[in-house]
Ligand binder design. Structure first.
Ligand code: 9L3
Ligand code: MG
Length: 139
C-alpha cells in the first residue's frame, strides 16, 4: 500500500494592501468577513493571483473593492507572514481617478494620525502604524 502523506496546500503568494493618503488622511476600509475580522479596519487589498505582479494586484483589487484607478507601489512597513503561508505587504499608492466607494467593505473612513491610533485595525495591519504615521506626517 502506498505511503499516505499529508499534502499541505502551498499558499506561497502575496497579499497586497494599499496605503492611499490624500491631504494627510489615510483611507481605511471596514471588513465584512470572515466573522472574526468583520467590523475591523484594514488597508484595502487582497490576494495576488498566480503570475500577477504586486502592482497589477493592487490595481485590480482597488478597482474591485473601491472602484478607483491607482498607480505606484512603494513598499511601506515590514512583511507580515500569514498563517496560510502567504505574505502580506503594504504599498503606498496614488489615486489616479475615481472616488473610493465601499464596494466590498462595510464602510470607508479617511483617518488622520490621531484617529489611526484609536481605530480598531485588523491584527495583521497593526505593525504598520508607526510607518503609516511617518507617511501621514508628510514624509
Ligand atoms: N489581510 C490583512 N490585512 C489586509 C488585507 C488586504 C488582507 N490589509 C488578510 C485578510 C485575509 C487575507 O489577508 O486573511 C486575504 O485578504 P482578502 O482577500 O480577504 O482581502
Ligand atoms: Mg480584500
Amino acid at each position: 500500500m502506498p505511503e499516505e502523506r499529508a499534502r499541505p496546500v502551498e499558499n506561497t503568494g502575496e497579499v497586497v494592501a494599499a496605503a492611499i493618503i490624500v491631504d494627510g488622511r489615510l483611507l481605511l476600509a471596514q471588513r465584512t468577513r470572515p466573522p472574526e475580522l468583520a467590523g475591523l479596519w484594514e488597508l484595502p487589498g487582497g490576494k495576488a493571483e498566480a503570475g500577477e505582479s504586486a502592482e497589477d494586484a493592487l490595481r485590480r483589487e482597488l478597482r474591485e473593492e473601491l472602484g478607483v484607478e491607482v498607480s505606484g507601489g512603494d513598499r511601506i512597513g515590514d512583511d507580515v507572514p500569514l498563517p496560510d503561508g502567504r505574505v502580506l505587504r503594504a504599498y503606498r499608492v496614488q489615486l489616479v481617478s475615481g472616488t473610493p466607494a465601499a464596494l466590498d467593505h462595510a464602510e470607508l473612513r479617511w483617518v488622520d494620525e490621531r484617529e489611526l491610533g484609536e481605530i480598531d485595525l485588523v491584527g495583521n495591519d497593526r505593525g504598520w502604524v508607526p510607518d503609516l504615521r511617518l507617511h501621514l506626517n508628510g514624509r
